[in-house]
Design a protein around this ligand. Structure first.
Ligand code: EPU
Length: 345
């Protein structure tokens, strides 16, 4: 295990912020991970875990120990009559993993193609796109529990139920400093049907019935590339805000005021009918698309994405985000919640 000092993180956060880690270590196996964690505890340091760096907002240099998780490996574990179990280590690139499942004739994850980041980060925010949330197909997650380090159960398995997946949320976001995800086990149904529940995807295949999983994969890649900026070209962390969920009463009130409002029924939760509002639409309608504030701004093709035009910082993005939040609250009475995880917390 080699600790590096004042390590530059510019290429390890997708916003491309010029920040440093006071102490930094790359780990490629679980023994090194345990050693790194022990080192931080012995030196009374905070721990920051980095995967692909695509859903974080580093707003200042990171003190303590930054652990870059590079645990690699993926394999098919078994097949039952109904499901295929697949294990993937936390450091594997998500998009490459999705491509690998298709190459091995194990379709089911193709709607989540081209999402930046690592497989270990996928359950943390329960990544979702084009009608699928990753939690649907997760069987269990292997973790190192930092609150049980002195006990035998420090390494344990959380079932899908334990993970408590909801829209862009999970137990890992609820207890942000407790678990380090080391491996994810997927249970993918063997009977495959194209998931075209997202209107944009259904429209794509309107005149091409019965697409294969590879067709859906290619379509998702094409749609995403058209609408979302490539972090290697323009720094960003995907959607910067969640799509807010509101009650039916709030939805109807807003609809009366804004007849073009874009919203999706979410079914009944705790006896209440809920609606998800398209935050991109709310922000767009307030004229923010393409807006710039110094070196940062709102992406010109998708108002939900904040970008670093070069030389921007986490603090610049937070200033812009606050401006947007205040405006959205003033116009619609709706509070936006930030999606990327703050580092330091
Ligand atoms: N819209 C606008 N203007 C905009 C952006 C969106 O009017 O600037 C409208 C669109 O016309 C559309 C609606 O808002 O009617 C929804 O837009 P879109 O299909 O682009 O999806 P989204 O709700 O903005 C969500 C996810 C994305 C995911 C897409 C596709 C969240 C926070 N974001 O975006 O996830 O790719 O759906 O499923 O749920 C991410 O989390 O980083 C991410 C990119």
């Amino acid at each position: 295990m080699q600790i590096l000092f004042n390590f530059p993180l510019k290429s390890l956060n997708s916003f491309g912020f010029d920040v440093k880690a006071k102490e930094f270590v790359s780990v490629t196996n679980t023994q090194d991970l345990l050693e790194a964690v022990q080192y931080a505890i012995d030196h009374d340091m905070p721990i920051h875990v980095l995967g692909g760096g695509s859903n974080i907002l580093i707003h200042e240099d990171l003190l303590g120990l930054t652990i870059h998780l590079q645990l690699l490996g993926k394999s098919m574990v078994s097949q039952s009559a109904t499901h295929t179990l697949i294990d993937v280590c936390a450091g594997e690139n998500w998009h490459d993993f999705v491509a690998w499942t298709l190459d091995n004739d194990l379709p089911g994850l193709e709607n989540l193609a081209l999402i930046p980041g690592t497989c270990g980060a996928a359950p943390i925010q329960n990544i979702g796109a084009y009608g699928l949330e990753v939690g649907n197909w997760i069987d269990s997650v292997e973790v190192l529990d930092l609150e049980q380090l002195d006990q035998e159960q420090a390494w344990h398995t959380l079932s899908r139920q334990d993970c408590d997946f909801t829209y862009r949320n999970s137990i890992f976001k609820k207890y942000p400093n407790r678990y380090i995800v080391t491996q994810v086990r997927f249970a993918i149904p063997r009977q495959w049907r194209a998931n075209l529940s997202y209107a944009e995807l259904a429209n794509y295949f309107l005149h091409r019935p019965q697409p294969s999983a590879h067709d859906v994969f290619a379509a998702v890649c094409e749609i995403r590339s058209r609408k979302l900026p490539d972090p290697l070209v323009l720094g960003n962390a995907g959607s910067f805000f969640h799509n807010p969920q509101v009650s039916e009463a709030t939805y109807l009130q807003l609809l009366e005021q804004f007849p073009q409002l874009v919203a999706y029924p979410q079914g009944i939760v705790d006896g209440q009918k809920l609606f998800k509002l398209a935050a991109g639409w709310l922000i767009d309608q307030c004229g923010f698309k393409g807006f710039r504030l110094g070196n940062v701004g709102v992406y010109e093709k998708q108002a939900l994405v904040l970008v670093n035009h070069g030389g921007g910082s986490g603090k610049d993005i937070l200033r812009l985000a606050n401006l947007i939040k205040e405006k959205i609250h003033a116009v619609y009475g709706v509070d936006l919640t930030q999606e990327p995880i703050m580092l330091p917390p």
